[in-house]
Design a protein around this ligand. Sequence first.
Ligand SMILES: [Zn+2]
Length: 243
Amino acid sequence: MAVAGQNLKDQIRKLVELQVVDEEIFRFKRELRDKPAELDVLKTEFESKKNRLKGLEDKLKTIQVSQKELELDLKAKEEGIAKADASLNLLKTNKEYQARLLEIENLKADKSLVEEKILLGYDEVDAAKRSVEAEKALVAQYEKDFAAAKKKFDDEMLVIADQLKVKVSQRDRILPSVRPDYLSRYERILNNKDGLGIVKVVDHACGGCFMHLTEQVINELKKYEEIVTCDQCARMLYLADEL
Ligand SMILES: [Zn+2]
């Protein structure tokens, strides 16, 4: 038993060594998988800011178009008044003259309504322009921030990918010293149990799922006859102070 026990202890040591590396491999892989979502959030925010700017620009355009129409309307009204004014001298009767004067008064009243609208329109155009400028400044700032975040993201991804590579080669160096049957058992658990294949016993409990372990399980562990697993989470167990 002594030789077999020693061998099993060595194998457990190797598996624990592997576990240390695998934990990091899982962490790096998780980061590589999850990080792009953080950037997507920023990208979405950026898009919505750009859409908001587009909306404000469209609003400004609409106001400017209606302002143009009002100006054309004003011009037509002014021409109408000038024409009516010029025609006054050609009228034969006083009645016609009075009627034309009234008409001119009405035209002038219409004209001042349009003028009022135009004045209000100027204010609207100014306000809309200010909104567009403010939003443009925000978008420009955000564009800068986003570019910086993207750069940081790309750099971080490269660093993580490098760290992952280092860990994978460390792993590859440990692999030849692990018995193939133990390795495949360990890897199956590792992949099913979120990167934890072998866990230490902490205060008589499984270090993976924290279930209390019976005295019998602890005794089995101390015998080093075979690999002992947790009844609840199926992870391999080891006694840290025995290694
Ligand atoms: Zn467990």
